[in-house]
Design a protein around this ligand. Structure first.
Ligand SMILES: N[C@@H](CCC(=O)N[C@@H](CS)C(=O)NCC(=O)O)C(=O)O
Length: 200
């Protein structure tokens, strides 16, 4: 059977894994679903009920973007996206967590604005600003990957920033030139170009 990745075209979590599969050269059929009317085949795959879900070519089924990335690294060693040794792996996992938190914040901000919930909007905006400042301080001045070589942590942050720009514009950039340079460099990779968030 063909390897399948269940996604939506806007989910930053799905995009992180989609990019990882491209970077690792693992051919995958992308199955785009509508979260408003989830097909029963998708519901059966994961009790979590969120995208992404990976169904590997032997039927191994893995939900959650970080769990999928770790699984891919454990199973497919080519084009590694996490470092060797505990320090490098810890750094990648921590970066991945920052990226996921940023994505969660950007999604929460979208719903807060849609629902005109000023309190939730202020909370999400403050959380996003803190994460952006942390990432900007950690980014290298020359646009290089955060941990030296490209990691799935970079992909998590790239997907989160791509979603932030898609939903909320580019207002995150001023005063965060290092992070913007890092983003603009990685955003040119074929894996990033092929997976940019879109409405349909
Ligand atoms: N921790 C999960 C988060 C995934 C997630 O929140 N996906 C959203 C789309 S961006 C989703 O499927 N939401 C559907 C729902 O919550 O019902 C991961 O990293 O994969």
């Amino acid at each position: 059977m063909a390897r399948e990745l269940y996604v939506t075209l806007r989910s930053p979590f799905a995009r992180k894994v989609w990019m990882a599969l491209i970077e690792k050269g693992l051919a995958t059929e992308i199955v785009v679903i509508d979260l408003e009317s989830r097909p029963s085949a998708f519901e059966a795959l994961s009790p979590i009920g969120k995208v992404p879900v990976l169904v590997d070519d032997d039927g191994t089924t893995v939900p959650d973007s970080t769990v999928i990335c770790e699984y891919l690294e454990d199973r497919y060693r080519e084009h590694p996206l996490r470092g060797r040794g505990w320090e490098a792996r810890l750094a990648v996992r921590q970066l991945d967590e920052l990226g996921d938190a940023l994505a969660d914040g950007a999604v929460a901000l979208f719903f807060a604005r849609r629902d005109q919930n000023a309190r939730a909007e202020a909370k999400s905006s403050a959380g996003i600003d803190r994460l952006l400042d942390t990432l900007d301080a950690a980014a290298s001045p020359d646009g290089a990957p955060f941990c030296g070589t490209l990691s799935y942590g970079d992909l998590a942050v790239l997907a989160a920033l791509g979603y932030l720009g898609f939903r909320h514009g580019e207002g995150w950039r001023p005063g965060r030139e290092r992070l913007a340079r890092w983003y603009d460099t990685l955003d040119q990779r074929p894996s990033a170009v092929a997976t940019r968030p879109r409405l349909a």
